[in-house]
Design a protein around this ligand. Structure first.
Ligand code: FE
Length: 415
């Protein structure tokens, strides 16, 4: 069984990555920060977690307001550093623990948290600024991660209480994973700062210490604060400290505080905190955490899951891109060449070229990209259904109440 062995709270300002990349540990302005992080590194070395579940917020680098989620869980096998405007940091891609991430995602959904899931999204300083200090050495990244992106930049955002409860559910999720894994929960963000408007530069060191005290001993009080309270007490952008409550919720009732540090060099208070769960809390029973148990026995039925997608991501992504006119015109002009250029395997190309709808479903392709392929090729949906069932189009039509066919093709010519 997997278990949570500890929690880290850490600021995620870009300055941390800036100082790390330039090796400024001997610069008097930065030495205190490096010393503070050393305490967290020591705990990581001793406790030796297998996975770092890392809670952060993206700063409109990879997630924009065209589709903004409260809780987006990374389920990818690897993550690249984001280009935030001046080129990527010189960091290798970091491995994700995709199997545990998928399990946690399924468990949280069954526990009534409506998660979003992401792949193919680079990680910005919110995640990699502190991780580069804590999880990187000359040999590369030390531990795989599971990133959880919390949307805190555009109100409405999750409440402090919701974050705390998500942490409690995260613990249930981790503890129901069958493999023996030690998981550390790393919460990033804050503490006090404001980076916009006439109040830019606001800091509140006394509130920061009170926040840390409450987080350790009385998190319930923090869960009762509104977003306006956090904005007033710590500055507008410090509201992201609600992410620390996810970590605290995952720790259970009482905790041991092993390390705390605080340094305020410029705009944002840079803090670190290391907690270990004191007593093993009761895991709430009752929730049916595997909502799909039994579905595998249904004949001819293949629920499309995170596991399904992980096994056939490139093929699904290729077919999804058929909604883009240039992509589908390249496909129509020379399907094999276009698919080869996109990196599809010969086996996957054969499935597409053969219009083998049934085997594409077995392969892990969602029907909703197959109907796009049908629209591109002028094949009606009912012919796809017939292909999946292994019958003729006429036989399929005969099973319906009326004799009609259709596709999702529109017809307006692309400009
Ligand atoms: Fe931030």
């Amino acid at each position: 069984m997997a278990r949570i062995i500890g929690g880290i709270g850490v600021s995620h300002t870009p300055t941390i990555g800036y100082a790390f990349d330039r090796a400024l540990q001997d610069d008097p302005a930065w030495t205190p920060m490096f010393d503070n992080f050393k305490g967290v590194q020591d705990w990581l070395d001793t406790a030796a977690p297998d996975v770092l579940f890392t809670i952060y917020n993206d700063h409109v680098s990879s997630f924009f307001f065209d589709h903004y989620s409260a809780f987006a869980l990374g389920v990818d096998e690897r993550y690249s550093p984001a280009d935030e405007g001046g080129g990527e940091r010189d960091l290798p891609p970091i491995t994700g623990h995709a199997a545990l991430a998928r399990h946690i995602g399924s468990s949280l959904m069954a526990d009534e948290f409506d998660m979003a899931f992401f792949r193919d999204r680079p990680l910005d300083h919110g995640c990699l600024s502190p991780l580069s200090m804590l999880n990187l050495d000359s040999g590369g990244w030390k531990k795989p991660i599971i990133p959880l992106q919390v949307g805190v930049l555009q109100f409405p955002i999750p409440t402090a209480r919701r974050c705390f409860r998500l942490g409690q559910a995260l613990r249930r999720a981790v503890e129901s994973f069958p493999e023996d894994l030690k998981v550390a929960v790393v919460a990033t963000g804050g503490l006090s700062h404001q980076v916009h408007g006439e109040r830019a530069g606001f800091n509140a060191p006394e509130w920061d210490q009170e926040f840390l005290n409450l987080l350790v001993a009385d998190p319930d009080t923090l869960t009762r604060l509104t977003h306006a309270d956090y904005v007033r007490l710590g500055g507008a952008e410090s509201v992201e400290v609600i992410m620390w409550l996810i970590m605290r919720g995952a720790m259970g009732g009482t905790v041991r505080e092993l390390q705390r540090s605080y340094y305020l060099p410029s705009m944002t208070a840079i803090a670190t905190l290391v907690l270990e769960p004191k007593a093993r809390p009761e895991t709430a029973a009752g929730a049916q955490l595997d909502q799909l148990a039994g579905a595998e026995r249904l004949e001819g039925t293949y629920p499309f899951t995170l596991e399904t997608l992980a096994g056939a991501y490139e093929l699904n992504a290729y077919l999804h891109r058929l909604v883009q006119p240039a992509h589908r015109m390249a496909f129509l002009a020379d399907p094999a060449a276009a698919m080869t250029a996109s990196g599809l395997t010969p086996a996957d190309q054969t499935l597409v070229l053969d219009r083998d709808w049934q085997r594409m479903i077995h392969r892990g392709v969602t029907f909703f990209v197959l109907e796009k392929l049908g629209a591109v090729l002028g094949i009606p949906n009912l012919a796809i259904y017939a292909g999946m069932k292994g019958i003729t189009l006429e036989e399929m039509i005969a099973t319906r109440n009326t004799e009609i066919t259709y596709t999702v093709a529109g017809g307006r010519k692309p400009v």
